[in-house]
Design a protein around this ligand. Sequence first.
Ligand code: XMP
Length: 517
Amino acid sequence: KVLILDFGSQYTQLIGRRIREIGVFCEIVPWDIGDDFVRNYGAKAIILSGGPESATGDDAPRIPEAVFELGVPLLGICYGMQTMAEQLGGKVIHADTHEYGFAQVRAHGHTPLLRDIEDHVTPEGYGILDVWMSHGDRVAQMPPGFILMCSNETCPIAGMANVDKQWYGVQFHPEVTHTKQGKRILERFVVDIAGCEKLWTTKNIVEDSIQRIREQVGDDEVLLGLSGGVDSSVVAALLHKAIGDQLTCVFVDHGLLRYGEGDQVMAMFARHMGIKVIRVDAQDLFFGRLKGVTDPEEKRKIIGHTFIEVFDEEASKLTNVKWLAQGTIYPDVIESAGSKTGKAKVIKSHHNVGGLPEEMNLKLLEPLRELFKDEVRKLGVELGLPYEMVYRHPFPGPGLGVRILGEVKKEYADILRLADHIFIEELRAADLYDKTSQAFAVFLPIKSVGVVGDARRYDYVVALRAVETIDFMTARWAHLPYDFLERVSTRIINEIPRISRVVYDISSKPPATIEWE
Ligand code: XMP
């Protein structure tokens, strides 16, 4: 396994995902996790991430000494390379020319890391790599024992190597796809140089998880709050495979689900997989609590609290339960861990069922804690969940509650559900669903005039929203074809009597957000 020390780069998780894609298990921990942790971890290789700090500063984050004592192969990326240089007796400077984006470096080709890896070859026979750079500082002088690995004009030391020790540093980012040979370079490092075996496959993950769950849980009973989302669904399928009937799921229908969603969840789990699912119809309770409330944050809070309340009440009826399972995934763990608190116990806040009655005293079971989203999805398919379900667009916890502007009413939710369903159905039919990252309809509680036949119509407005994004932090509105939008709009207005107008949202994030509330 590989250990990744995080110095705060926005790309650190990407390093982890690439290594896992190669088939090698890795974990990301904060850079200041401590020498003891590093010594005892048993890493076959260590990767030092990039980071926002300057390695020249006196109190710059540093690589723990234990990293150098272990004698395992090291790869410093960007800041990781810079602090490695500083700590081993080299020199880093603030460069006058910042480099950001696409660049090319000449690879000197004589180190095991980059040998025979190239995108182009110069007439003189040097390899050229297309890479992604993002840095202000750069290494000006290599530490003793290091040789130059690659360079270009703005960054004369773009890569360095101590071949005896198998310590490497690269100024560019091999983890981003813009570095075309990036994955090959990482694979060269973890597999060929560090000797890691490619054992991290979906099949193995399933088998390992099942064994671990069985050992952990024994004969105890487990409770799971099922939302219908990917993470909790995969947990349900996995736990069912591991412990069968010892699992009970509670599915709270708050009336703010998508079209047919409640029935789909029940059909998928209870009917096909034989999983015990208790469906709680709490629609009236939720609509009652939301009556007259218009503030988005207030709505979110009410939905969250009411959810916990209903879940608790159901849970307290089950007397033998010892464990509470949650769909916490690795990015949640990393994000909430942060520096200095690497061992913190983390509970996904919107899944947090912290309101459970004290006397239940449940232990937390989080079988997806080590997995990235793409791994969770593959696991879902391996466990037999339908592809369509596993690769569905994300859906917010508060559901349609944040897609009905202002006060939430059942009448509005019913209209919105139909409009949203038509939009999604057409996206799938036009093969556009997988090309957008998230798409949905939004209900606007304002009335607009229309004409149907000879009659005047005065009814509600629906907005369509579709975005393309990688990380949901920034997003571009999807440039859907006009004739497609026309078809969706015509269907919505013709098939849903209470809608007189359809508009398309052309705002990107930032400055807008993906959801309207
Ligand atoms: P925004 O609207 O902030 O959305 O651009 C980014 C992503 O987060 C989802 N989202 C939520 N998910 N509870 C959730 O579980 C929420 O309250 C919530 N608000 C937004 C949104 O659907 C998008 O994928």
